[in-house]
Design a protein. Structure first.
Length: 80
């Protein structure tokens, strides 16, 4: 079983995502995703749903567009 430490326990829905990664699929049905990260003051963590839409690991929100592609400017650039 893969354990992906990218997900933050500090995220309001993070524990759900961890449980879904750790537990068998049948139990995952009980531990559903959160409703909306932004309503809890947190950021979505997008993944490629079908090439055109982005879905969030933490919640049920799905949006059009490739939000999983992070803008390069988010990293610290020493040559500024
Ligand atoms: Zn989300």
């Amino acid at each position: 079983m893969m354990f992906d430490s990218r997900f933050s326990w500090l995220h309001p829905y993070g524990w759900r995502t961890h449980l879904r990664a750790l537990l068998p699929l049948a139990i995952c049905e009980w531990v559903d995703k959160g409703e909306d990260c932004e309503s809890r003051g947190a950021d979505h963590f997008w993944y490629n749903k079908d090439g055109e839409n982005s879905a969030c690991y933490y919640c049920r929100i799905v949006r059009g567009g490739r939000h999983w592609v992070k803008p390069v400017s988010s990293n610290s650039s020493p040559t500024q």
